[in-house]
Write a protein that binds this ligand. Structure first.
Ligand code: 5GP
Length: 127
């Protein structure tokens, strides 16, 4: 595993408070905020505070404490937004893009939570 983390990426700047965000949730190891260009009525980005490039990097390198904190944060955010099907919510989609084929723009792990309307087909089909 060979990941280089760029500390000048936009989410690192948000974590350092150099750029503002609309915070949705914060815990010891996790921050969630609204996407600046929302693709659905709810579009939340959930990021670990640690320097991880993408999901597999986090899954392999983060501590158990960070991974539990991050996973629980996603549960809490779904509960807070009222979108969890188990609570009578209408559901959501989670997406985490990685690398070139995943078309990841910001090289700091983030999960998108999209909800508030039917999110449509899982991926855009190309010929
Ligand atoms: P990616 O393509 O890397 O999975 O998604 C990056 C996301 O970050 C995009 O949905 C984009 O709108 C969002 N984004 C980029 N810059 C900013 C920013 O400065 N603030 C916030 N809140 N979101 C951003």
């Amino acid at each position: 595993m060979n990941y280089h983390y760029d500390p000048e990426n936009i989410f690192a700047k948000i974590l350092r408070g150099e750029i503002t965000c609309t915070k949705v949730y914060e815990s010891t190891h996790t921050l969630a905020f609204s996407d600046i260009a929302p693709k659905a009525p709810h579009h939340v980005l959930v990021i670990p505070k640690g320097a991880y490039v993408c999901y597999d990097h986090f899954a392999r390198a983060a501590s158990d404490v960070e991974i539990v904190d991050y996973t629980r944060a996603i549960g809490t955010i779904c509960e807070q937004l009222g979108i969890a099907p188990g609570d009578g919510g209408a559901g959501y989609r989670m997406i985490s893009n990685a690398g070139a084929d995943g078309v990841q723009e910001v090289p700091h792990l983030h999960v998108h939570i999209l909800a508030g309307r039917n999110i449509g087909p899982m991926v855009m089909m190309r010929p």
